[in-house]
Write a protein that binds this ligand. Structure first.
Ligand SMILES: Nc1ncnc2c1ncn2[C@@H]1O[C@H](COP(=O)(O)OP(=O)(O)OP(=O)(O)O)[C@@H](O)[C@H]1O
Length: 809
């Protein structure tokens, strides 16, 4: 690598990069001025105001995109031979090619980096391309490309060329920079003969950098197998399976950015949903897409996908299992049907001051007819009311009897219509119709079901008594759990929308969510105009969308100027253009039903690792998850290289994986860290003792590596006591204390696992939990193992590849 600031190569690249920033600044200023001018326009009609707001949103989004790429704007360069790949016969020398093809450098007044270069002067180069975070073109009348967006097809060789298959690439250059300053270049020379391939250095530098609490993008160093997944043309469900640290999360987010780029017009209207397992994880990944200039994305946990309901209660393990089971579909359908069966008693109304009996048999007959209509429960309520009014009008008319001579009714059709109209106005009749066929909100249905053992018994005969007990909540329900949310969503589908005017307990919260969303600046819709160098590819991708997607997008194209992502956050029936699910193995069958409803086109990227499944209702296999929704119409992509773990830690984890599933191959570690993972024994096996020892060890690790992140991963039962111990210890404030479930998807420089055997014993999928815990560290891994004094010293939980460290060492 060349990193000497005086090096002519760096100086030349710096000159080119300066030119790029100059262009970026110009574009920023122009966009900001246009935004100011748009916002300043006054005296507009209502329509004009709406158009102005939309325009302002578009410009603001464009500005945000330009701001997002400030750091590391340009990170690569490709030197290409001619089409035949010979690099000879009429090809320009590098120097002249630069002038021919990238004269753009001159267009914005900078020197070309080729000037002053010496080493590669013999490389015949037809074309040179700079690759970066967005596409930039010169203001030279011909829109000469200055910088190629990493997602454009023209940038692809940067990610996939190899010494064996260089295609036209003669040299690939990685450009490292800090802020706007170029600090180094690494070259991979594919010009034949003595090839110099050291591009891995850029990757290694990225992998060994100290971690922060935010994941960063990987655009400068995307690897070929990852690139293939990111750009996959697959129309439907794409599952990305890979061991821990193979870059599944990174790949899924970059795929979202890629799709937003290639399908911007459509996805700006329908938005992309990224689902993660918990808020900590979402905050960890929250910077990646914005750093790529993409904001038209809603990041959410499943339990946030029912607008108006916030899951605040904690679910019992038994409740989570029962509520996650597919059997709940039947239970809810029965519960809804149950509410369409009027009580079995006669009712008496006063009509014209005379009693009018409504026999139970009549109500039951009407209800049966309504059920046969196939309408959803709430949509059927007006039908029930209509039939009831008809029947009551006939009964009132019957009071007047029939003609004694010809047995004709004494009342005319017109009289009947009048009687019916009067009944329709009668408050008691309305109340009776509402009572016999109540309109229901999903929350009212579920609360009513949970609260009543009788209703549970009627709706859930297939469940065991223990399962019904897990659902039963005798007290007035206050709040919901994460497992309730898919059930509320299912109920909403079965019930249909609540008719206007009916009371909805979730309405206040929903209105507040809408208000908050309105306050936020629209960003995604505006980004649809971003330039695209790959119209062909956009065409190709658009073609695979089914017709429904258009129709759905149309439905969503309202005049509302909030971004699609923000509108989607407040709309339960929103159909997302693409859905990414991370840690997808953890979701219950009921949660999958909710997610599939959010994505009728089934354009989805699901990433996960079956071996890391921790939740009892999680996926046993991808097939089991997907068969009910897409049959066999899904594609599997596998990632095989582990970028997170040094080889020494990967070896320990591989031993556990072999016990979870001997058929599964552990991902290959891409580097060695040089440090053996260790374990220490402690004689004090009490929770307080383990917590105190763990906290002290973590504090010491943190002191030794202040710029890094340290995590104490503990069995769930030790979480509170360990948190207290860490809080009480000076110097341990920055240490993260997590159980394996919450640590999933995260990574740290140093990981200490407390009492691994307890971790395994605490859950039916305890070995998977341990596997997750062992695979979080990028540098150091230590385990704290309680061993009674005098007992033989063996590594905890049957782990191999660990060194014992004794006190004093
Ligand atoms: N091509 C790459 N260049 C640089 N860093 C990479 C690359 N691929 C992956 N990484 C880094 O490797 C680490 C692991 O990636 P990521 O979290 O996406 O893996 P994962 O497969 O989702 O892991 P887990 O299963 O544990 O959730 C991250 O720090 C990520 O930035």
């Amino acid at each position: 690598m060349s990193s000497d600031a005086e090096s002519p190569e760096i100086a030349a690249e710096q000159a080119y990069v300066d030119g790029l920033y100059l262009r970026l600044d110009t574009l920023r200023n122009e966009t900001a001025e246009r935004l100011d001018a748009t916002l300043a326009s006054t005296g507009l009609t209502h329509q004009g105001l709406a158009e102005r707001d939309l325009r302002a949103s578009e410009l603001a989004a464009g500005l945000a995109r330009l701001d997002a790429v400030e750091s590391g704007l340009c990170f690569g360069r490709l030197d290409l031979a001619d089409d035949e790949g010979t690099g000879s016969s009429g090809t320009a020398t590098e120097e002249s090619a630069a002038t021919d093809k990238t004269g753009a450098a001159g267009a914005h007044g900078t020197a070309h980096p080729a000037s002053g270069e010496t080493r590669a002067e013999s490389v015949p180069v037809r074309e040179r391309r700079y690759v970066g975070r967005l596409g930039l073109r010169a203001d030279d009348g011909e829109f000469t490309p200055l910088l190629i967006d990493w997602r454009a097809p023209a940038a692809r060789p940067f990610y996939v060329a190899t010494a064996l298959h260089p295609d036209r690439v003669r040299r690939r250059r990685h450009i490292r920079s800090r802020g706007r300053r170029v600090t180094g270049v690494w070259d991979e020379d594919f010009s034949g003969g003595a090839s110099e391939v050291n591009g891995d250095a850029a990757l290694l530098e990225a992998l060994t950098a100290a971690r922060t609490d935010r994941m960063s993008d990987i655009v400068p160093t995307i690897q070929a197998e990852q690139d293939e997944v990111i750009r996959a043309h697959h129309a439907g469900v794409l599952v990305v399976q890979g061991g821990p640290g193979t870059g599944k999360t990174a790949v899924a987010l970059h795929r979202a950015a890629y799709l937003l780029y290639t399908r911007r017009e459509r996805l700006a209207r329908s938005a992309v949903l990224v689902v993660g397992p918990n808020p900590t994880f979402l905050s960890y990944i929250g910077d990646v897409l914005p750093s790529l200039g993409e904001t038209g994305v809603l990041l959410a946990t499943v339990d946030r996908l029912f607008p108006g309901v916030t899951a605040r209660r904690t679910e019992s393990p038994a409740g989570a299992v029962t509520k996650g089971r597919l059997a709940m579909v039947e239970v809810l359908a029965s519960a809804v049907a149950d509410r369409g069966r009027p009580p079995g008693e006669d009712r008496v109304l006063l009509v014209d001051r005379q009693p009018l009996t409504v026999p139970a048999a009549l109500s039951a007959r009407i209800a049966a007819r309504v059920r046969e209509s196939g309408l959803r429960h709430n949509e059927a309520a007006p039908f029930f009311r209509k039939l009831l009014l008809d029947a009551l009008a006939e009964r009132v008319a019957a009071r007047y009897g029939r003609d004694v001579f010809d047995d004709a009714p004494l009342l005319t059709e017109a009289d009947l219509v009048e009687i019916r109209a009067e009944l329709a106005e009668d408050a008691d009749v309305t109340a009776l119709a509402d009572e016999l066929w109540p309109t229901l909100t999903p929350t009212a249905l579920l609360a009513g079901l949970y609260a009543s053992e009788e209703r549970l018994a009627a709706a859930a005969p297939e469940l065991s008594a223990a399962e019904r007990a897990a659902l039963h909540r005798p007290e007035a329900p206050a709040g919901w759990t994460a497992s309730d949310v898919p059930l509320l969503d299912e109920a909403a589908e079965l019930l249909g929308p609540v008719p206007p005017g009916a009371p909805d307990p979730a309405e206040a919260e929903r209105a507040e969510a809408v208000r908050l969303a309105r306050e936020a600046l629209e960003v995604a819709y505006g980004s649809r105009e971003a330039q695209s160098e790959n119209a062909d590819e956009a065409e190709e991708l658009a073609a695979w969308d089914v017709v429904d997607a258009e129709a759905l997008a149309e439905r969503q194209a309202e005049t509302d100027t909030r971004s699609a992502a923000r509108r989607a956050a407040t709309d339960r029936t929103w159909a997302f253009g693409h859905v990414v699910v991370d840690e997808a193995q953890e979701l219950s069958p009921m949660a999958w039903r909710l997610l599939m409803r959010r994505c009728p086109t089934r354009s989805m990227t699901l990433v996960g690792d079956i071996a890391q499944t921790g939740e009892a209702v999680g996926a046993p296999s991808w097939d089991a998850v997907l068969a009910p929704h897409v049959g066999e119409r899904w594609r599997l992509a596998e990632l095989s290289v582990n970028y997170r773990l040094p080889a020494e830690i990967a070896e320990v984890a591989a031993g556990v994986l072999a016990r979870i599933d001997p058929a599964r191959r552990a991902p290959r570690a891409v580097r060695s860290g040089g440090e053996r993972p260790w374990w220490r024994r402690t004689g004090d096996a009490t929770p307080a003792g383990l917590a105190a020892r763990g906290a002290a060890l973590a504090a010491a690790e943190h002191a030794a590596l202040p710029e890094g992140r340290v995590a104490l991963l503990v069995p769930r039962s030790l979480l509170p006591v360990t948190r207290r111990a860490v809080a009480a210890l000076a110097g341990a404030g920055e240490v993260a204390v997590l159980d394996p479930g919450t640590a999933k998807g995260l990574e740290f420089d140093v990981v200490l696992v407390v009492d691994p055997e307890r971790m395994v014993a605490e859950s039916p999928r305890g070995l998977n939990d341990l596997y997750v815990a062992l695979t979080r560290s990028t540098r150091r891994l230590g385990l704290l193992h309680p061993v009674p004094p005098g007992a033989p010293a063996t590594a905890p939980a049957g782990l191999t590849g660990l060194t014992e460290v004794r006190d004093g060492e």
